[in-house]
Design a protein around this ligand. Structure first.
Ligand code: EPZ
Length: 423
């Protein structure tokens, strides 16, 4: 087990790569199960969730090559197992995205249900409803979804909420179904658009990805693909918030403003100067941020995956603001840890927090609880006076590649150290 030791207060300045999007790369890897031809992915981030996914694909019979950094060749021709075991799915909910591809290609899937996690119960009912609309028979027993279908058939799916994972799962399944499928109230995230783009390269017939209505005409078979993963908008947003938090000046290469509009609007209101060009996005600030409240929402609203990072910023704002989390029921695990650093945050019933900014936070040992909570504590440590130790950074390694190198390259004093004892 490792911890990050951060010496504050520091100022982030310079240029950093956004890197490939974890939440685009994961569904793209599972899409490889839809074909028996080799697939090549580039700009794949070097993070733990990708490693977990590659192990899962290998357990299904796929062969993986890593010719260069960020590049993967997946050969799915020998895939013969249809089981995504609990031991892998419990560690990474995205493993449930094996359901659609395995059902579509083989007519069989035995996938463990993910169970809850730190940020919420995270059911999969919307995924399962969608598969049933495509003609799948699904039995839930022993914590597994046992699904079968002689041949999936196109159907009309109206999602009860715009679930990112359910949209991805059903879009992949519908690509090989017989006939046409219409998805309504579909998620609109850029990662959905990236997945649709790769499926179209494979021969899928998909229209409307990025809007709330997606139409898919099923085809007999799909071929391999060669696809570059889009930039990670959440990692990019994290560094831009870091610039605001440390009154710094950071250019995030690869960041795409059209994927970050709600954040860039909030940063501008908080007093940051934002510059955008074809190569990336720059944020700079020379003063304490103004208080700006946020409400998380499906894309293009403010991303729930940046809520914790925004809260860190509001902890040093010049006034009071409200943070409303409307996507997950328990995504405030970082509040108590920020309070240990002197933050003034009051949790209110109904899922919102009132943050009263302070001039400075003070360094302290704090505990990471989930991926985005861990990075919010790192950001707070950069702005705090004194030393902050963030424990259990395996959460961080799930989604942030080489975080200490990237922060050190921006002028932070951060180092990874082994933890004295298992906690
Ligand atoms: C994806 O999770 C992301 N993960 C999450 O990022 C992100 O927070 C989330 O979308 C929302 O943007 C990946 O892409 C791998 P949802 P997903 O289905 O697909 C409820 C990170 O930090 N729901 O859009 O699981 C659910 O409980 C991670 O990188 C159902 O009720 O999210 C939640 O409250 C965290 N039934 C809401 O919908 C279902 O069948 C949004 O979930 C599915 C979801």
């Amino acid at each position: 087990m490792y911890k990050l030791v951060i010496e504050g207060a520091s100022r982030l300045e310079g240029e950093v790569e956004a890197g490939g999007a974890k939440n685009a790369a994961l569904p793209l890897l599972f899409a490889c199960l839809l074909t028996d031809e080799p697939c090549r992915l580039t700009n794949v981030p070097d993070v733990a969730d990708i490693e977990t996914t590659l192990r899962l694909l290998e357990s299904l019979g796929a062969r993986i090559e890593k010719p260069a950094r960020g590049e993967l060749i997946i050969d799915p021709s020998a895939v013969g197992s249809f089981e995504a075991p609990y031991d892998l799915v419990r560690r990474m909910r995205a493993s449930f995205l094996t359901l659609g591809p395995l059902l579509a290609r083989f007519g069989r899937a035995h996938v463990s249900r993910p169970g809850g996690c730190a940020i919420g119960s995270r059911p999969v009912d919307i995924h399962l409803e969608g598969m049933k609309r495509l003609g799948a028979r699904i039995q839930l027993e022993g914590g597994y979804a046992d699904a079968s279908a002689r041949k999936l058939e196109g159907g009309h799916v109206i999602f009860s909420m715009p679930s990112v994972g359910a949209t991805e799962n059903v879009m992949m399944a519908a690509s090989l179904a017989k006939g046409s499928t219409r998805l309504e109230n579909a998620a609109r995230e850029p990662e959905i658009v990236d997945l649709a783009g790769a499926l179209i390269k494979m021969g899928a017939k998909i229209r409307g990805a990025g809007s709330s209505v997606i139409e898919i005409d099923g085809v007999e078979r799909l071929r391999g693909m060669d696809h570059a993963v889009i930039a990670d908008r959440i990692v990019a947003g994290t560094f831009l918030i870091g610039a605001a938090l440390t009154r710094g000046d950071v250019f995030v290469r690869g960041a795409r403003a059209e994927h970050l509009e709600s954040l860039l609007d909030a940063l501008t209101l908080a007093g940051c100067r934002i510059d955008v060009d074809a190569d990336g996005v720059r944020a700079r600030s020379g003063a304490r941020p103004c208080p700006v409240g946020i409400v998380t929402a499906p894309f293009p609203g403010f991303p729930t995956d940046l809520q914790a990072q925004w809260m860190s910023l509001m902890c040093v704002a010049d006034g009071r603001s409200e943070v409303h989390e409307r996507i997950f029921e328990n995504r405030f695990m970082h509040v108590e840890e920020l309070a240990r650093m002197g933050a003034d945050i009051r949790l209110q019933p109904g899922g919102h927090a009132v943050v009263t900014g302070k001039d400075l936070l003070s360094g302290a040992p704090v505990m990471a609880t989930d991926l985005r909570a861990s990075v919010c504590l790192v950001l707070a440590g950069l702005a705090a006076e004194g030393v902050t130790e963030v424990l259990r950074i395996y959460h961080l390694d799930r989604g942030y590649e080489h975080i200490e190198e990237k922060l050190t390259g921006l002028g932070a004093v951060v180092r990874r150290e082994p933890m004295e004892s298992e906690v």
